[in-house]
Design a protein around this ligand. Structure first.
Ligand SMILES: [Zn+2]
Length: 196
């Protein structure tokens, strides 16, 4: 297991469009493996590469309903016109969330971590996760999908959050320096490997 620190908003990497992955090599497969470990450790349902400081178009997901995977260079289309509001949070914005309107169903394409083409239809939570994570790859945070007072309230809550202004988080631990977080992540990963 190798977990990585999760970057906190408003880190610039979270507000930047991530680059396409030109080739799925060992580095990308290692990134995906680390992102699964990091997502599981944080008990998240999705994680995008920019959240671990890597500006590449990769995300991982696990909806706890049997859908788990990784997508590289993902895209989606919206086949229907139905949308719904539901609550969303983000590992890069701890303890804050909002009700966000999103299309109910999407068709997703991309490559998996082996470079094979993936194509699936998603609805419900899985559709929401994919849209949230692909937003990350475009540098879009969920707060930007809120409107009016809801957006103002979320931004005010962020600015007064204890973690605001810190670069990274691992589990419940917020770090004042990224280097310290990286050392802690390596130690946690080694400790876990020794436990097995
Ligand atoms: Zn997020």
């Amino acid at each position: 297991m190798a977990i990585r620190p999760i970057r906190l908003y408003p880190d610039a990497v979270l507000r930047t469009r991530a680059d396409e992955v030109p080739e799925i090599d060992a580095g990308v497969r290692k990134l995906v493996a680390d992102m699964w470990d990091t997502m599981d450790h944080a008990e998240g349902v999705g994680l995008a590469a920019p959240q671990v400081g890597v500006s590449r178009r990769v995300f991982v997901y696990d909806d706890n309903e049997g859908h788990r995977g990784a997508l590289v260079n993902p895209r989606y289309t919206v086949p229907g016109s139905d949308s719904e509001f539901d609550y969303e949070g983000c590992l890069s914005v701890p303890e804050i969330g909002g009700e966000i309107d999103r299309p109910l169903e999407i068709d997703v394409t991309g490559l998996d971590e082996s470079g094979d083409e993936v194509r699936f239809h998603a609805d419900g939570l899985l559709a929401r996760i994919c849209q949230h994570e692909i937003d990350h790859l475009d540098g879009i945070m969920f707060m930007q999908r809120l409107t009016g007072d809801a957006r103002k309230e979320a931004m005010a809550a962020i600015r007064s959050a204890e973690w605001f202004g810190m670069p990274a988080i691992i589990g419940d631990l917020v770090f004042e320096e990224l280097g310290t977080a990286e050392v802690e992540a390596r130690q946690l990963s080694v400790a876990d490997a020794q436990d097995r």
